[in-house]
Write a protein that binds this ligand. Structure first.
Ligand code: HEC
Ligand code: HEC
Ligand code: HEC
Ligand code: HEC
Ligand code: HEC
Ligand code: HEC
Length: 330
């Protein structure tokens, strides 16, 4: 049905172009142009089907289209943010977005700008600043992901051994989107402890396109990989195509028990945060003025929890952040 509607629309535009140009050579070149992408193949359809299954399409967070949120949650806000030189969304967009759309083809690609192959170019491929720490990272094609999948900046930014800090709300913390910072080994409250902070991990230094190499590896239907960007559908359907080049016989993400270990550290830290009245049993922050080590430990817990990879993105940095926070709270 969708293809049929698309076809009809293409035809309408085509006829319109023919009428406008009086069927001279220009319209012939328009056919050639459109045909480069709109032909009998299922290339576009396959990617649409994958995208439709992605959380980018199924999630409802794009309803967050007010100034502070639109830069990462709507396509329109993101394009505006890029036009403003990638400034933090809250500064780039004065007003909210009308008729918002979630991250989609037009967020990441130039669709219908030049009407040729260059339209599939990514809207940003240059290095990205992790706003929380100011560090500039280069994830290749993954830079576009890092624009949105990085922590939100909350004032005051925590400093080790700094002043007391007010936890202002139950949703206080680095937001749900901490992945790029963890990959880069930056953004944590680096309280001293028994585990050294080794920031660089091979998953950043050896994987040129970072996020894209693992998350967009060969698609399996609309379940994992490709434009679904999913790593797992269920325990039997895991996206290891991007791993096998380096981990030849991999069957689980929990290599050498890394995820089990990080999950254990998260549980241990959570128990300490509850015991210290920094979070409640439902995992939400308890507002109030607390020491920098206390707020820092809570921040660190949320940073690794929200990363969602249980250490796969950067096992060493995740381990150091959690273990040293545990020691600081004991
Ligand atoms: C570089 C590839 C490319 C070229 C060239 C191209 N299109 Fe498209 N077009 C797309 C993609 C990709 C989509 C799907 C966008 C989406 O799903 O959001 C699309 C969607 C459409 C749609 C469906 C409605 C919409 O906007 O989503 C129409 C109509 C359309 N194109 C017409 C044309 C016409 C007419 C031309 C030539 C003047 C053309 N396209 C040239 C890639 C292309
Ligand atoms: C415009 C900002 C933006 C860009 C660019 C972006 N994302 Fe997202 N991503 C989001 C938002 C927002 C969500 C959550 C959507 C929702 O729940 O409504 C999300 C969700 C996801 C999820 C699902 C997470 C979950 O908890 O289910 C994955 C995986 C993901 N993105 C990977 C990527 C990858 C890989 C890239 C780069 C190729 C990328 N994203 C680029 C904003 C973005
Ligand atoms: C720096 C980019 C960025 C900004 C700014 C931002 N978000 Fe998000 N947000 C994301 C990304 C990316 C995700 C998906 C993370 C994931 O699932 O791992 C997300 C996830 C969410 C989710 C969880 C979605 C779900 O379905 O589980 C909510 C709710 C949310 N954001 C609300 C907001 C609100 C409200 C604002 C503005 C006050 C905001 N966000 C500002 C990037 C951002
Ligand atoms: C969140 C960002 C994002 C969204 C949304 C997205 N793409 Fe992509 N797309 C990418 C990235 C990154 C690549 C590069 C993947 C690679 O090189 O392995 C890519 C690759 C492609 C390619 C191959 C490009 C080439 O040069 O051969 C096509 C075609 C494409 N996307 C079309 C689409 C269409 C159609 C949609 C909507 C249905 C879409 N994309 C949605 C990020 C995105
Ligand atoms: C080394 C491969 C690899 C790289 C590189 C990578 N990821 Fe992941 N990512 C994973 C794995 C594995 C998981 C955990 C999936 C699981 O346990 O179900 C994950 C989890 C996630 C999640 C949570 C997914 C969910 O469904 O809850 C998001 C969001 C995410 N990654 C985004 C990114 C972004 C953005 C980047 C780049 C800044 C990135 N990833 C780089 C492998 C990778
Ligand atoms: C470019 C090569 C490369 C790719 C691609 C890659 N890894 Fe790794 N990974 C490594 C190397 C090398 C190590 C060991 C690093 C060390 O100990 O210093 C490692 C370590 C790990 C670890 C920590 C446990 C251990 O054995 O040290 C996990 C977990 C992991 N990788 C999971 C994955 C998953 C899951 C994927 C795919 C989604 C993936 N990796 C993709 C190179 C890679």
């Amino acid at each position: 049905m969708r293809k049929y509607i698309v076809f009809l629309s293409v035809l309408t535009v085509f006829i319109y172009v023919m009428v406008l140009t009086g069927c001279d050579e220009e319209s012939v070149s328009a056919v050639d142009t459109c045909g480069a992408c709109h032909d009998a193949s299922t290339e576009i359809l396959a990617l649409q089907i994958q995208w439709e299954a992605s959380t980018h399409a199924t999630g409802d967070a794009f309803e967050r289209s007010s100034a502070n949120c639109a830069g990462c949650h709507t396509s329109e806000g993101f394009r505006e943010m890029l036009a403003m030189g990638g400034e933090p969304p809250s500064e780039a967009i004065d007003e909210g977005i009308d008729n918002p759309t979630p991250p989609n083809c037009r967020t990441c690609h130039q669709i219908h700008s030049n009407y040729d192959d260059t339209d599939y170019a990514l809207t940003i491929e240059t290095p990205v600043t992790i706003r929380l720490s100011g560090e500039v990272v280069d994830f290749g094609k993954g830079n576009i992901c890092a624009m949105c999948h990085q922590p939100r900046v909350r004032e005051p930014v925590l400093t080790v051994g700094g002043d007391d800090v007010e936890i202002t709300s139950r949703r206080w913390g680095p937001h749900h989107s901490t992945q790029a910072a963890i990959l880069a080994g930056t953004g944590g409250y680096e309280v001293p402890g028994s585990v050294p902070y080794v920031k660089q991990f091979v998953h950043k230094t050896l994987i040129d396109d970072s996020c894209v190499t693992c998350h967009m590896a060969t698609a399996f239907g609309d379940k994992i990989g490709g434009h679904t960007m999913k790593m797992a559908h269920d325990s039997d359907t895991v996206n290891v195509s991007g791993c096998v080049f380096c981990h030849a016989d991999i069957e689980t993400f929990d290599l050498n028990g890394t995820q089990t270990e990080i999950a254990g550290l998260l549980d241990e830290l959570k128990a300490l945060l509850i015991a210290n009245n920094l979070i409640d049993n439902s995992g939400l922050a308890v507002p109030g003025i607390r020491s920098s080590d206390e707020t820092g430990s809570l921040f660190n817990y949320l940073l690794i929890l929200e990363d969602g990879s249980l250490g796969v993105h950067n096992p060493r940095y995740s381990r150091a952040i959690l273990q040293n926070s545990i020691e600081a709270l004991r």
